[in-house]
Design a protein around this ligand. Structure first.
Ligand SMILES: Cc1ncc(COP(=O)(O)O)c(C=O)c1O
Length: 378
């Protein structure tokens, strides 16, 4: 067999890609599996978004930078919801999802052997992309006792000279923790001091969160930080693949240098749909969050039944639960899958600090969540 590239040595197939095959085979055997693992919104996007796509009649290649109208809509969205001023001309780059942005940014700045600060627990793509580029992940601990915020004093004691990028993700997935303004300020000061690019991955700020925040609203942020954002969770458009990267002109230009060599623009109709989404009023989020908060009530009851603890103040599309001490995350997950036909995510998927936790998604209707509650209560 043709030997594969060296860069694949440290990259495994994505956890969900493997596990969902197992879940699929159980479903094929007739098991009534309820999937609480994946964060793909089951609710529909706004109707105006779908109509905008339907009415689109242009099928050619599109600009690498996206329609100016889309970048203007992103700029107004950032002004309206986060109080951040951005130039639509050079501080905004639409992406095909924020996941792709993690690759673009990494390709733009990392050489083999560079180091990257990555949260543990955290979104697995930060480390897989780092490994794909033959750079080295350096994990920083997030713990419940530390309110899921890094101990920057401890981190500063390490040799950080090879670190180029620090990934942060507030509101944090999987824990649902948010960062305060003061914490963002400390992160920016840290990035300045250690001369690294700080990237806040921010796809969850509108889900069950009263105070959406962008790191770019902090004074001096654009000097050292980029932000990724996405329509996947805010507008139930995960399959549409619309994200964005925002920050200083020089950084955006560098990311475009990579991206313009990777794709040939976003389909016109999708951009039109994205514009319609970004123009939605506040009541869209209120409506969406009413649904999620009802679901979360049941998820809390499921956790109570499983003797798990959780933080009622956490935000986002998932609820992070601490499991009883005598169990491991994967053993409990497998027990729930095989004994109760319920699929959820073991915390270890997100790193070693996820041991002792599980993650439940809110992308399932109340009736199904009640069915899960009934199953685990028996
Ligand atoms: C923390 C985090 N970042 C990025 C993404 C990717 O989102 P998108 O659909 O915009 O690529 C996800 C999706 O699950 C996520 O949880």
């Amino acid at each position: 067999m043709l030997p594969t590239a060296k860069r694949l040595n440290d990259v495994k197939e994505y956890y969900f890609s493997i596990k969902l095959r197992e879940v699929r085979s159980l479903i094929d055997q007739g098991k009534p599996i309820i999937n609480l693992g994946i964060g793909s919104p089951d609710l529909s996007p706004p109707e105006t978004v779908i109509n905008a796509l339907k009415n689109a009649d242009t099928h050619g290649y599109q600009s690498y930078q996206g329609l100016p109208e889309l970048r203007k809509a992103i700029a107004s969205f950032y002004q309206k919801h986060y109080g951040v001023d951005l130039s639509f001309e050079n501080q905004i780059l639409p992406l095909m999802g924020s996941k792709e942005g993690i690759m673009h940014i990494s390709m733009a700045y990392l050489n083999a052997g560079d180091e990257v600060l990555i949260p543990n627990p955290g979104y697995p793509t930060y480390s897989s992309v780092t490994n794909l580029l033959e750079a080295t992940p350096v994990y920083y601990d997030l713990t419940e006792t530390g309110n899921w915020f890094p101990n920057l004093e401890e981190l500063a004691k390490k040799d950080l000279t090879k670190v180029k990028i620090m990934w942060i993700n507030y509101p944090h997935m999987p824990t649902g923790a948010i960062a305060t303004t003061e914490q963002f300020e400390r992160l920016i000061a840290f990035a300045k001091k250690h001369q690294l690019l700080l990237v806040n991955d921010n796809p969850y700020s509108f889900v069950l969160n009263d105070n959406p925040q962008s790191i770019l609203s902090i004074k001096g942020a654009k000097d050292v930080a980029l932000e990724l954002n996405s329509l996947s969770k805010s507008f139930n458009m995960a399959g549409w693949r619309v994200g964005m990267v925002l920050g200083a002109e020089a950084n955006i230009k560098t990311v475009l240098q990579v991206k313009s060599n990777m794709d040939s623009g976003m389909f016109f109709g999708i951009q039109k749909g994205a514009i319609a989404a970004l123009n939605m009023s506040q009541s869209w989020f209120e409506k969406m969050n009413t649904v999620y908060s009802k679901r979360r009530e049941i998820v809390w009851q499921i956790y109570d039944t499983l003797h798990c603890t959780y933080d009622k103040k956490s935000v986002g599309l998932f609820v992070w639960g601490k499991i009883p001490k005598q169990q491991t995350s994967e053993a409990l997950t497998d027990k729930l899958l095989y004994d109760y036909n319920v699929f959820l995510t073991p915390g270890t998927v997100f790193g070693s600090n996820g041991e002792g936790y599980i993650r439940l998604s809110l992308c399932t209707p109340v009736e199904k969540l009640k069915e899960v509650l009934t199953r685990v209560s028996n």
